[in-house]
Design a protein around this ligand. Sequence first.
Ligand SMILES: [Fe+2]
Length: 365
Amino acid sequence: MTNYLPVPKPVEASGSEPEIFHGKKILVIDDDKTICVLICEYLGKLGMDCLWTSVPRTAVEWIQEKEFDVILTDIYMPEISGHDILSLALAQLPHTPVILMTGNPSLHNTIEAIRLGAYDYLTKPFKMNVVEMTLGRALHYRKLVMENLAYQNHLEIQVQERTRELSDFLFHAVQSLSLALEARDPYTQGHGYRVGELVVKLAGELGVAEEEHQALRLASQLHDIGKIGIPDSILLKPGKLTTTEYDLMKDHVFIGYHILSPIPSLKEVSRYVYEHHERMDGKGYPRGLAGSDIHVNSRILMVSEVYDALATERTYKPAWPLRKIRDYFLEQAGTAYDPDVVNALLSLLDKEGEEILKLFQGGFS
Ligand SMILES: [Fe+2]
């Protein structure tokens, strides 16, 4: 357990209250009260805060409730042995060294104690300066462990910060891409943002894990990014598209997928983008996927995207009133759209209708 750690320097002589001892919380457990009192009196003089008990059951409660810097425990005690105490301490206080004590020394016992995870082993009767030396080593060990933990936590915080910075950068880059499309096609202005707001609300309603919300928001902003590759004559055509033109327009999911899928962190996003025109009945495009073959997040994106298209005014249609939108989704639930997502949308509209109205800013009344 301790092999990889440097051997600490010997502690100062007794009575000098070195820094390493000061205020440290030590638990002493022995069914012989005299030993507990002797040890704690000595450790108190060294500036340590020593708590002792001759009842192992009490020690079990304390280990579950309190923090200790070092635990010293007798091995042979009625009901609960020092090995049991050691196992509990390793589980509850994994950074607290445990020193076992026994008046029945043997090589086998020593090896067994270390094998079970004890920091060290004291043989009774012991001299107090030996207890002091052993405790000093244990406290140095704990100090190193705690410093190492603090260092690891600091590193983890730094990694989290860098990851967040990268994620923010990615999000802003995506917004720029989305704005590039909106600059070409004014009818999509604000569409990605609104879909993103709704998609996250729906994901929350459906219990989608929070870690997936960011990918959903990005997919909302980028679902039509492939339209960048569609000619102006089709993308900006005011009238109805011919069958050939419509077929070309459908390529936007394919183009979007090929723009996004080479970016490792957008792998999932590219899948949602690829699937956002599939239908539950398999009559969508590009692959005619059906039911659960379509990712649930793609199904959420589909509903959010269509909701925005219906709820906002376009050159070819006015904004639909809320009742008409509800009827449309109810009618299409199970054929075009996932009925669970439709139910989540309707319940969201019941709960947050006013808030969602604000989001779509007069899109319907
Ligand atoms: Fe689309």
